[in-house]
Every structure is written in structure tokens, then in C-alpha cells.
Design a protein. Structure first.
Length: 141
């Protein structure tokens, strides 16, 4: 678990609510549902300020991983991660939105090659529309 989900998990571990009864649990769940809003509306961080790339989960400062033969490798700690792309796609969905193009994929995932980006996009569970230059991808929930 990495990215936004791991940060939320760490926060929840530090700030666990004290729930003693089932009724309290239902009240807590109702409170969470009433307070729920989309993350993107709350953050309003410009895209240029977001750290881009597929980031290492072991390195504290988020070392960018390198793609090599169907796996992501950390040049600093040596972590090999085959699921990093899916986690970063989820981060993209939460921070930017559900619509992707080859160009936006290259920018957010810090990929230099449009051909590699196309191949990676084909491997992901995305809905595609259009052809060639006008192709758009949609991240499914």
C-alpha cells in the first residue's frame, strides 16, 4: 500500500477513534458519511506543485522509480515493485480526475517515451475512446 492510501492508513493508525459499542460504530459511520466530500475539491493543489512520477514506498522522500522489464525499480534502495503503476493511477484519479491522455499520463507519471506510455496504458484497466492522437482513457472506479 503506497501513495495516498498509505498516508491515510498511517494517519488512521495514529488517530484511531475509540469505539466501544456497536451503536457508537454506527454513529461514527454516519458522521463520516455526512462529512464526506470529494478530495479534489478540498485540496486545490495546482498540478505543477504535485510531485510527479511513480514513487518508492520505502524511501522517505519519495524517490522516483524506474521502469525496467515490466517492473518498477528504485535506484536508491533497490525496491522492486510490480504494482506501483496501479497505485500511482489511483493517486492520479484522486488528485487530478478520471480522464487521461497519453500526454497527461507522461507528465504525471514522469515518463519520457510516448511509446512506453502507450504500452503501459494498454496494460491498465482503462476504458478507451477515440483513435490515435484523439484517444482518451477513463479510469474506472
Amino acid at each position: 500500500m503506497t501513495g495516498l492510501r498509505s498516508q491515510m492508513q498511517k494517519w488512521l493508525e495514529l488517530h484511531q477513534p475509540s469505539v466501544k459499542k456497536g451503536e457508537d460504530l454506527f454513529r461514527f459511520a454516519d458522521l463520516l458519511l455526512t462529512m464526506h466530500t470529494r478530495v479534489k475539491r478540498e485540496i486545490n493543489v495546482p498540478i505543477r506543485d504535485i510531485v510527479k512520477g511513480v514513487l518508492c514506498t520505502n524511501c522517505v522522500d519519495g524517490q522516483p522509480l524506474r521502469y525496467h522489464y515490466k517492473k518498477w525499480l528504485c535506484p536508491r534502495c533497490g525496491l522492486v515493485d510490480r504494482d506501483a503503476l496501479i497505485r500511482t493511477l489511483e493517486d492520479y484519479r484522486l488528485l487530478v480526475g478520471t480522464k487521461l491522455t497519453n500526454k497527461s499520463f507522461c507528465e504525471f507519471f514522469a515518463i519520457d517515451s510516448p511509446n512506453l506510455a502507450y504500452k503501459l496504458l494498454q496494460q491498465l484497466p482503462l476504458k478507451a475512446e477515440g483513435i490515435k492522437r484523439h484517444r482518451k482513457y477513463w479510469i474506472m472506479d
